[in-house]
Design a protein around this ligand. Structure first.
Ligand code: BV8
Length: 261
């Protein structure tokens, strides 16, 4: 099946792939209505850069400000649904012998779309933990006055269970991501500006171990070169088109809990 957006080489590679690894960033959630990190911060947050708020020091300096920023983002996340890009990756996983999904995102939308075994390099905004003892707190309640809640064990302030700038990534997650990059045939890079380390080094690791890299980002020009395919389109358009091109006779895919594909 030919498709103006999806080069024939990619259709063949996807259909034949034994091991696929995927790195996603904030861009894949843009079509779910969630602002990416590059989108200018809006409203209350217009005067802050994310890097200034997503740090331990920022939280220690002004816990209320940082807690409020995450509460605002968490509300957006809780109102968001997986988009066709998320759903297509979950369907791709069901059609591929081995697929590892690695995400920099903290919104949990891949899991809601039905992806299994998602590697969350930067944590998840839906979870909170104690700033002092680093243990998860679940369940937890917002306080009446909106101040950061306290840990029921030690009384420390609660914080989002995300990896802040200057903090190490969860070691097991990073090791699993590196292993997937080193052993895959096809490595997708979807919706990321490739700025934040160490996630940004994963595509190079995959390329150095013989994988073909597929980048999906509307900022790119589409092209096919040896070892690298670029698709200059939104993930919510390119990924469904890629599945349609590779498996033209399959039923359209939907979110889990609805009519199966
Ligand atoms: C660490 C959780 C050890 C919090 C996040 C080496 C070199 C330079 C710097 C460093 C380095 N090693 C470490 C660093 C420091 C730092 C870093 O990388 N800094 C950057 C700014 C240079 N890294 C760290 O601190 C990491 N820790 O390495 O520990 C250490 C410690 C100290 C010193 C050295 C080493 C921890 C990094 C984790 C930070 N936490 N998230 C939160 O969310 O609040 S990262 C955060 O950034 C999010 O996870 C987010 O995913 C990410 C932003 O990147 P993207 O996902 O790419 O999003 P972005 O908006 O940038 O781009 C979106 C793209 O999508 C765009 O290209 C756009 O065109 C595209 N797009 C838009 N719409 C669509 C689309 N694509 C497809 N479809 C669409 N529809």
């Amino acid at each position: 099946m030919t498709n103006a957006l999806i080069p024939e080489q990619l259709t063949l590679l996807v259909r034949q792939a034994k091991r696929i690894a995927i790195l996603t960033g904030a861009g894949i959630s843009a079509e779910s209505g969630l602002p990416t990190f590059r989108d200018a911060q809006t409203g209350l947050w217009a005067s802050y850069r994310p890097q200034e708020l997503a740090t331990r020091a920022a939280f220690q300096r002004n816990p209320q400000l940082v807690w409020d920023w995450y509460a605002w983002r968490r509300q957006l996340v809780l109102q968001a649904s997986p988009n066709p890009g998320h759903l297509a990756l979950a369907a791709l996983q069901r059609r591929t012998p081995e697929l590892t999904l690695i995400t920099q995102n903290v919104d949990g939308l891949h899991q809601l779309a039905g992806s299994q075994g998602v590697i969350e390099l930067h944590g998840n905004i839906r979870r909170v933990k104690c700033f002092d003892d680093d243990q998860l707190v679940d369940p937890w309640q917002e306080t009446a006055d909106g101040s950061p809640p306290r840990c029921p064990r030690c009384g420390g302030l609660l914080r989002p269970d995300v990896v802040w700038f200057g903090e190490n990534l969860p070691l097991q997650a990073l090791e699993q991501a590196r292993a997937a990059a080193m052993h895959c045939d096809l490595f997708f890079v979807i919706g990321t500006s490739g700025v934040v380390e160490p996630a940004a080094s994963l595509p190079r690791l995959a390329l150095n171990h013989g994988a073909t890299i597929v980048m999906i980002n509307p900022e790119h020009e589409s092209s096919v070169r040896s070892g690298m395919i670029m698709i200059g389109a939104p993930a919510g358009v390119a990924l469904p088109a890629m599945l349609e091109a590779a498996w033209p006779d399959s039923e359209p895919f939907t979110a889990p809990g609805r009519t199966a594909e």
